[in-house]
Design a protein around this ligand. Sequence first.
Ligand SMILES: NC(=O)c1ccc[n+]([C@@H]2O[C@H](COP(=O)([O-])OP(=O)(O)OC[C@H]3O[C@@H](n4cnc5c(N)ncnc54)[C@H](O)[C@@H]3O)[C@@H](O)[C@H]2O)c1
Length: 442
Amino acid sequence: MAVPDDRRTLVTGGAGFIGSHLVRRLLDAGRRVVVIDDLSTGRRENLAGPAGAGDGALDVAWGTVSERLPDLDPASIGAVYHLAAAVGVRLVVERPVETIETNVLETSAVLRFAAAAGAPLFLASTSEIYGKSERTPFAEDDDVVYGPTTLHRWSYACSKAIDEFLALAWHREHGLPVVVGRFFNTVGPGQVGRWGMVLPRFVAAAAAGRPLEVHGDGDQVRCFCDVRDVVRVVPRLLEDLACHGRVFNVGHDEPVTIRQLAERVRDRLGSSSEIVHVPYEEAFGAGFEDLRARIPDLTRVREATGWHAEIPLDDSTSTAIQRTEFRRERRRLTNVSRRRAVADAARRTAQHCLQMVPSPGPEDVRHLVRASCPVPVPRINQQRMGIEDGHGNSKRCTSVAEAGCRVCVCVCVCGVQPHLTGLAHPGEVWMLAVVCHRREEK
Ligand SMILES: NC(=O)c1ccc[n+]([C@@H]2O[C@H](COP(=O)([O-])OP(=O)(O)OC[C@H]3O[C@@H](n4cnc5c(N)ncnc54)[C@H](O)[C@@H]3O)[C@@H](O)[C@H]2O)c1
């Protein structure tokens, strides 16, 4: 079944790792897309590329699914991809209430919305669903085995299982066209290690010469599928009528142990980082259990779509490494040249300011900033500039004046010495105007 072209496609969690790749894929296929994302684990910059295209094909509503859904007219939506979820082992263990509520309540809201829209819905589920079953490989109709409810670790798997039950119930009871995709470990460009994702965590550690922390004995087996492969099959599954009401494993079936993965990353980077083993209890708290092997049986998805993952793990690893190295190099260069430029600009501006106005007030500062900044300053936010002038505060810079786009102006009002602190993010253009109080001369 083709999704009607005149209606938009809703992607929840579209600023996330997988969601942003899917958005790009849908836009490339000529779809108009609307994203809902609350940026809890997603990143605004993940959508910078497609959003920057500026042809109106992408709309983004920042906020939670349940907050923003009422703003959407169901009649304008032709398909829904529901990827928003509380994700990542660390998040799940640290914030179990958020995990359960996000995964269950938001999914319920999206399913109701899809039903009102009469739109087919893809539900992003997970291999965690299989729990600690010892079968290998996992096939979609296998039994699932969970630990006790006193161990929060299982709340992610159970909440996603409820999502699946609910989606399939909507299909059975109300004929809603739903497809459940159980993603196995997914890696690739844009993934970050902050919430415990293993590959970016290893790459960042090895690149920085820090120890690579392998949880447990490292013999646990995983299969990693590149996100660029994953988003090739997801729309295909949703658009095929024969797939509705069914569950599909989506992943790669090339197994690797976590220790082997750490060694591969380290070797590829030529890093001398140690590989250290951290007991699960230490990493995630008492009673944490992990699966020994998580390998998908991909027969069903292959038979239904002819799809198979094409990008080997070594290529995904190389991409992750290249991106990390690029970011590090850019940060290094930016830091060196920024510090030099900031120091020069600050010195010149301070001299200029002191000649012009010995004791500048907020208005003077705004004037001086505009006059001395080599780039146009569209707007200076006086409140954030927070000029604590007149108080001779000799500590750090007062604040940042948001000047729009990629240019910021930082104004220091220092009692004794201008303090040049590292303020900008890599890639931003900064101009620092330092206005000195002449208190020391009194
Ligand atoms: N990455 C993997 O290896 C993997 C494996 C199995 C399943 N999955 C599933 O795939 C989906 C996407 O995962 P990901 O790896 O891209 O994670 P991600 O954290 O990068 O993406 C999730 C996105 O949802 C957003 N979000 C969370 N709660 C929200 C809410 N209430 N309202 C609006 N937005 C919200 C986050 O800000 C984020 O952008 C999830 O459903 C996850 O369970 C991922």
